[in-house]
Design a protein around this ligand. Sequence first.
Ligand code: SAH
Length: 221
Amino acid sequence: MDNREFEARLAEGARAMGLSLTAGIEERLWRLKEELLRWNARVNLTAITAPEEVLEKHFLDSLAVLPEVAGAASLLDLGAGAGFPGLPLKLALPMLEVTLVDAVAKKVGFLKHAIATLGLAPGARALHLRAEGRPDKEGLPRAEVVISRALMEFGAWATLGESYLAPGGRLVAMLGQPLPREEAEHLAAASGLALIGAREYRLPFSGASRQVLVAARPATA
Ligand code: SAH
């Protein structure tokens, strides 16, 4: 797939998902794909190596949560791995302050490289650490959106992610295995959070199903 085909396919997928993308994002995602696969040949970053799959399972899936992220000023992506969903979201929302965190040094090495190559600093940064729920000690910001994809099961994520929420912020979980709403409510409540959103969607080409859950601290009366 050359860059033209790749960019057209991205635009087609985004349209099918009802996403409206900023002009020029396709070309920057092509560059990100090039860097990701170039690095991946030496350093194991992702098991997904076919361009078509990177396009759908990494890029479009990351962009699928634009409705849940839009309007926020800051985003913390914990366990970002090779940068998903944080890097595509940063490309789509240039004003968003993005912090990407991963416990594995080589992944953070790639994240720093991608941020530099795509010219995303200083509004995006990558930090190498294992998040344990102590933002002050860890030097991590509290963010309006605290997000993870495929990091841990939702109950554990609610407990961990809650510590990083700015006042009025929301916790977002991107899951490959949808959870029944009641169960998600229950797990959120166990960490003092209220489930404020649960949405299932399908990836446009494979038809694979995904779920995004959103939780927040209940408003105090
Ligand atoms: N979000 C990415 C990667 C998912 S794999 C994606 O969906 O493609 C989970 C990643 O989380 C791994 O890279 C692992 O190193 C990292 N990780 C797991 N626990 C972590 C923690 N407590 N703090 C930071 N990173 C963590």
